[in-house]
Design a protein around this ligand. Structure first.
Ligand code: GLN
Length: 201
C-alpha cells in the first residue's frame, strides 16, 4: 500500500492520520529526517506556519524535505503547511522583519491570513475541479495563493482567491480538508498526486 508521512511537529496532524488510515494508506508520523525514508508522500498539516518553520530548523528538516521531493516524493500542504511549500510568503510577522522561510517547492506567492479579520474562519461548499459535488472546506485564518506560476494549476477558488493549487507532485490547499471526515481530497492525493497523474485541464 501507499506509504504516507504526516509532519507531526505541531498542528492538526492526527486528523490527517485518521483519514489516510481509513483509505488504507500506511501512515507514519514524521519528526526526524530519518522518518522520511521509504515514504511515497508527506503531508504538512495546518497549524501555525512561523512556529512550524522554527521547528523545521530545530529538527533539521528543511533540506531532507527538499531532497525527498527531488527524489520523487509527493507533498501536500494544508493551510500553514501550504505556506511552508510556497516560493514566497507575504504577511510574515513584523518581529521576523516580515520575512519567513519556506521550502520553495511550489511556484506561488502565498498571502498569510488572506481573508481578513471579519471572517477569520468560515466553511464553504467549495467547487473543486475533478469532484462531482462541492467539498466542505474549513478555512481557519487561511492563506490564499495570490500569484500562481505557469507550472501550477488552480483547482479551486473561494471569494475570488486561489485556494487549491497543484504543481505536479506538490498539492496545496489553503483550507483544512482533514476536519470534516470527507476523504475525497485525501483519495485524490493518494491516487493522483502521489502517482503524478496529469491534471485534467
Ligand atoms: N494563519 C496560520 C499561519 O499563517 C495558518 C492557519 C492554519 O493553519 N489554520 O500559519
Amino acid at each position: 500500500s501507499t506509504r504516507i508521512g504526516v509532519l507531526a511537529l505541531q498542528g492538526a496532524f492526527r486528523e490527517h492520520r485518521q483519514l489516510l488510515a481509513a483509505l488504507g494508506a500506511e501512515v507514519r508520523e514524521v519528526r526526524l529526517p530519518g522518518d522520511l525514508a521509504g515514504l511515497d508522500g508527506v503531508i504538512l498539516p495546518g497549524g501555525e506556519s512561523t512556529t512550524m518553520a522554527r521547528l523545521l530548523t530545530e529538527y533539521a528538516l528543511w533540506e531532507p524535505l527538499r531532497a525527498f521531493h527531488a527524489a520523487g516524493g509527493a507533498l501536500w500542504g494544508t493551510c500553514a503547511g501550504a505556506i511552508l511549500l510556497a516560493h514566497s510568503v507575504l504577511g510574515a510577522p513584523p518581529q521576523f522583519g516580515g520575512r519567513q522561510d519556506s521550502l520553495g517547492l511550489l511556484d506561488v506567492t502565498v498571502q498569510r491570513n488572506a481573508f481578513g479579520r471579519q471572517i477569520n474562519s468560515f466553511t464553504d461548499a467549495l467547487p473543486v475541479r475533478g469532484l462531482d459535488t462541492p467539498f466542505p472546506a474549513v478555512f481557519i485564518r487561511a492563506p490564499a495563493f495570490v500569484k500562481v506560476g505557469v507550472g501550477c494549476t488552480v483547482l479551486a477558488t473561494a471569494r475570488d482567491q486561489a485556494v487549491m493549487v497543484r504543481q505536479d507532485r506538490v498539492l496545496a490547499t489553503a483550507f483544512h480538508p482533514e476536519l470534516t471526515g470527507d476523504t475525497r481530497l485525501h483519495a485524490y492525493f493518494l491516487e493522483d498526486v502521489v502517482q503524478n497523474k496529469v491534471v485534467n485541464k
